[in-house]
Design a protein around this ligand. Structure first.
Ligand SMILES: [Zn+2]
Length: 434
């Protein structure tokens, strides 16, 4: 079974609708009695997932509800269109309001503008009611995310590699199930040499509907620019970047799975070349170049009740004091930058996820997810990503330089000092002064 969310053109008078293009998603096109155009947001397969220390269970992911359709106005005059995109077959009415859920339009599939009139049924958007104007003779793309076609990602990576040949190198893993390259961009001075420098692995695009690639592209641009930290990173580390881990998913317009319906984030099958060759290829790369730190980026789109935050796995998952120390240092910085927010518990170290498998095999410091949020805008995703990179890089470079151990020691000394002072003051209170 090849998974596909796309449908060819349907015509309603002078109006055409289609999802049959790269990143397209949406089915069951029809018009309602009042003329509203209806699109069903496709459902994805259920995902088997093993939380750490628990039996496998099957879950319906809530983030994968993604649509992207092309609306064409064949009329000689502009057209007002009311578009209902819903997970459900039926049409709810009357309950729609502005919950702050974003939706976007684009004329060229490169620049996406946030729509002003977006009403949804809840703050998790099971259904969207969108009003838009279609210019005469034009096609407008409409989506509840900012889609990033694989072809665009690929040409962007090739451009970057060509322009910055001295400090980065483009390689391919792969191929994907349908034969597409999975690209890995390695950034570092002399990145052609496979030397012994510590590596940081960064991935995005396990879930194609999430615009996490916006953040990772900003990280690449930052690493290739001239800040003192970027120069130090390039000199002392090698950063391996996989922008779109799941190429076929981008092409088919899936929310989270590959062409065979496998959600490689929750269900990383490193030995299943039949259903998930992308995971097999990525695991081969990791075996060759095990990273010291691994970061995976995701992005909330419609779940406006959620916020930007890292997944923080328990420090007890690490075997060496060095990994524990570095994980602790990075975790503190990320939680601080997110005003104390974090996700902890079973979601952060499920044994079926890639991050868990890398930590288990190589004691790698892993952050299985860091979530951006599209509700804050595309620029905020870029800024947040660079901020995360800086925290991770500083802690990693400190650890490599031996400063990490000193920091931990001084923090422990402070803690002991604080406890001693408290104890002394309690003693003083307990002993009556004559
Ligand atoms: Zn995700």
């Amino acid at each position: 079974m090849i998974f596909n969310n796309r449908l060819p053109i349907a015509r309603f008078g002078a109006l055409e609708i289609s999802s049959d293009f790269e990143c397209g998603a949406g089915v069951d096109f029809r018009t309602e009695q009042d003329g509203t155009l209806y699109v069903r947001i496709p459902q994805e397969p259920l995902v088997p997932y093993r939380p750490s220390g628990q039996p496998e269970r099957v879950i319906q992911m809530d983030y994968t509800w993604y649509f992207c359709v092309a609306l064409t106005n064949r009329d000689a005059a502009d057209k007002q269109v009311s578009l209902l995109a819903s997970r459900d077959e039926g049409t709810e009415s009357g309950a729609f309001r502005d919950y702050g859920v974003p939706a976007f339009t684009s004329l060229d599939f490169q620049h996406w503008d946030r729509m002003s009139d977006v009403r949804t049924d809840t703050d998790n958007a099971r259904a969207y009611l969108l009003q838009l104007t279609l210019p005469a003779g034009h096609t407008v793309y409409v989506s509840n995310s900012v889609p990033h076609p694989y072809s665009q990602g690929t040409s962007w990576l090739q451009d970057v590699a060509a322009k910055h040949g001295g400090i980065c190198h483009l390689d391919t893993l792969g191929p994907s199930l349908e034969g597409r390259h999975i690209y890995v961009l390695t950034i570092g001075e002399g990145a052609n040499d496979r030397d012994g420098r510590s590596r940081v692995l960064i991935t995005s695009g396990f879930h194609p509907a999430e615009p996490s690639t916006l953040g990772v592209q900003a990280i690449v641009e930052h690493l290739l620019a001239g800040s003192p930290l970027a120069r130090r990173i390039r000199k002392e580390l090698l950063v391996d970047i996989l922008l779109q881990v799941n190429p076929d998913g981008y092409v088919h317009g899936t929310g989270g799975c590959n062409a065979k319906g496998v959600n490689m984030y929750w269900d990383f099958r490193r030995d299943d070349s039949e259903n998930s060759p992308e995971a097999v290829a990525l695991w081969d790369w990791i075996r060759k170049y095990p990273p010291l730190v691994y970061l995976d980026f995701h992005c909330y789109a419609h779940q406006v009740f959620k916020e930007v935050s890292p997944y923080i796995r328990p420090l007890s998952d690490y075997r060496s004091p060095r990994s524990r120390r570095l994980a602790d240092e990075i975790s503190r910085a990320l939680v601080r930058m997110c005003d104390g927010r974090r996700v902890t518990g079973g979601l952060t170290n499920g044994t079926s996820t890639l991050a868990h498998q890398i930590t288990e095999a190589y004691d790698t410091v892993t952050f299985t997810k860091f979530h951006f949020h599209l509700k804050h805008g595309q620029d905020s995703i870029r800024h947040t990503a660079v901020e995360v990179l800086e925290h991770v890089a500083r802690a990693t470079l400190d650890e490599i330089a031996g400063v990490g151990a000193t920091l931990t020691f001084s923090r422990a000394a402070k803690r002991i000092g604080r406890r001693a002072r408290i104890l002394l003051s309690q003693l003083r209170k307990a002993i009556p002064v004559s």
